[in-house]
Design a protein around this ligand. Structure first.
Ligand code: GDP
Length: 446
């Protein structure tokens, strides 16, 4: 899901890498690329327009952060805007204050409603609830039986019209199910309704009648994320015909585009509450806009890192180091090296930080083996140097190395490798200073 969008956005961000600041032309070009990425992913046009306008405005605006380079800032803005169009904060189910909570499911036939009903019931059971499934889809042949089979798999009771009463009235079944729930102390009633292949007035009316009969606490609109732009139109029709409180996206495991799914919350003003991503009953969970956005951006936990960097970044210190790297204000010294390493360490454990960076999966083993005490050892070595040596590491010759090793309780080879790494890091930082990423010095031991 969203693979196309992810790839496109990744290209866009890649093009920004190495830029010191964004010109008006950069922002325009970026906005254009984001627009194409969203349109190609099938996001509805009005949503695209609003999205791109917001990104542009914010990229131009003065929320420029010292802690982030332009590419990271754009990632951050796009991420936040994605979260917004997906509905903002995670929206949780509202349970009734007294009596059973009633959840009504509505949607087209084939949307995955019946499957979803069982998934939701299982999920509710795992939340400690005692749900009952209600078969009010008396239209589709076998729908009742399918619900019974799924209910059994989920270990959840199913309330259905008695056999021989197969052409019964779904409104009556729904009403009776509430009595049953009160009698048997079920605390959540999940009502599956009939769907049609297309939106039609009779279907809407039936769902609306059931709604009036059971007064649901939540009406959930179930929609197949793979149906493309139609998803938005269907959602609008259900909003007008039945009304709903939240959206459930199904088959998120399917399509590579799926942008329509991204549009529904924005177009209808109703949040996505659950997502279903497979045929198994457990392929289902609460929908978290923020997690979905970072999955679309495919940035590992880069976004977490961005957040933490912003929180702990010491502007003054970084400006000093950057100034030195860019020349003019003296050279980057071992003191700066140590200071930077401590700065990074403030973000969390080194292996955790490195693990958050995208593409680090391949270094998993080294990360797991990384010894956090390495930084303490480096600190001990640097602190055994004289101020002159720290300021100008080039003077650290053989006899000085032996003295430093002895002073810090390390081997000469440790001192050698630290000095080597320092020069490497300095080279790397000079490259970073030209654009890439701020503030990450050469990682020891890597
Ligand atoms: P209903 O007509 O809305 O009740 O839809 P069903 O629950 O019968 O689902 C229609 C088809 O979609 C069935 O073959 C389901 O197995 C399948 N389906 C439902 N949810 C998902 C999902 O999240 N992922 C995939 N891949 N298939 C699903």
């Amino acid at each position: 899901m969203f693979a196309t969008l992810s790839d496109r956005l990744a290209d866009t961000f890649r093009n920004l890498r190495g830029k010191g600041r964004l010109s008006e032309a950069d922002i325009d070009a970026t906005a254009r690329e984001i627009r194409i990425a969203l349109l190609e992913a099938d996001v509805a046009l009005p949503v695209v327009k609003e999205f791109v306008a917001a990104v542009k405005e914010r990229a131009r605006g003065e929320e420029v952060s010292q802690a982030l380079n332009p590419a990271q800032q754009i990632v951050k803005i796009v991420n936040e805007e994605l979260v917004t169009i997906l509905g903002g904060e995670t929206r949780r189910l509202r349970y009734a204050k007294s009596g059973p909570t009633v959840i009504l499911l509505a949607g087209l036939q084939g949307a995955g409603k019946t499957t979803l009903a069982a998934k939701l019931a299982l999920w509710l059971k795992e939340q400690g609830k005692s749900p009952v499934l209600v078969a009010c889809d008396l239209q589709r042949p076998n729908a009742v039986q399918q619900l019974q089979v799924n209910g059994e798999r989920a270990g959840v009771p199913v309330f259905a019209p008695s056999p021989g009463n197969g052409t019964g009235d779904p409104v009556a079944v729904a009403r009776e199910s509430l009595e049953e729930a009160k009698r048997k102390l079920y605390d959540v009633v999940v009502v599956d309704t009939a769907g049609r292949l297309g939106v039609d007035a009779e279907l809407m009316q039936q769902a609306a009648d059931i709604r009036d009969a059971v007064q649901p606490d939540e009406v959930l609109f179930v929609v197949d994320a793979m149906i493309g732009q139609d998803a938005v139109n269907t959602a609008q029709a259900f909003l007008d015909g039945v009304g709903f409180d939240g959206v459930v996206l199904t088959k998120l495991d399917g399509d590579a585009r799926g942008g329509a799914a991204l549009s529904i919350a924005s177009v209808t003003g109703r949040p996505v509450m659950f997502a279903s991503n497979g045929e198994k009953l457990t392929d289902f969970d609460l929908f978290h806009p923020d997690r979905m956005a970072s999955r679309i951006l495919d940035m590992g936990d880069m976004l977490t890192l961005i957040e933490q960097a912003e929180k702990t970044f010491d502007q003054e210190q970084a400006a000093k180091a950057a100034g030195k790297l860019l020349g003019g204000q003296g050279e980057f010294t071992l003191d700066d090296f140590l200071e930077q390493m401590q700065q990074v360490r403030k973000l969390g454990s080194m292996s955790k930080i490195m693990g958050m960076l995208p593409g680090m999966g391949q270094f998993r083993e080294q990360l797991d083996n990384f010894d956090e005490r390495e930084i303490d050892r480096i600190q001990a070595i640097i602190q055994s140097m004289t101020p002159a040596e720290r300021a100008n590491p080039k003077i650290i010759d053989g006899s000085r190395r032996a003295r430093i090793a002895k002073g810090s309780g390390r081997q000469v080879s440790d001192v050698n490798s630290l000095v080597d790494r320092f020069f490497e890091a300095r080279k790397m930082m000079q490259q970073f200073a030209k654009g890439a990423m701020p503030g990450l010095p050469g990682m020891p031991g890597m």
